[in-house]
Design a binder for this molecule. Structure first.
Ligand SMILES: [Zn+2]
Length: 92
């Protein structure tokens, strides 16, 4: 698992891949896979898997600043401190 700092690094590389001038997708996203391997020891993980696994753990965007809440159950925004207003799903 990536902590926030590690994920920031990997997600920066991921975003950078879209601006890369490398000719193949594989070459563009290679830095993402390499960073993930260095941080976690898992080699050959597909960049989309790396990113989507982590993002899936975020909650919905903050209504005040638009940053994703740290977890789906977060009660307030870690970035700006705004208390979440929508009801947490109680059907579970
Ligand atoms: Zn916020």
């Amino acid at each position: 698992m990536l902590d926030e700092e590690e994920f920031e690094e990997v997600s920066n590389l991921y975003r950078g891949a879209f601006r890369s001038s490398e000719p193949t997708l594989e070459a563009r996203f290679a830095p993402v896979s390499r960073a993930y391997e260095r941080l976690t020891g898992y080699a050959g993980c597909h960049p989309n898997v790396v990113i989507h696994h982590r993002i899936a753990q975020y909650g919905p965007p903050c209504r005040a600043c638009g940053k994703p809440l740290r977890t789906p159950e977060a009660r307030y925004c870690a970035a700006c401190g705004t208390v979440r207003q929508e009801a947490v799903d109680s059907s579970r």
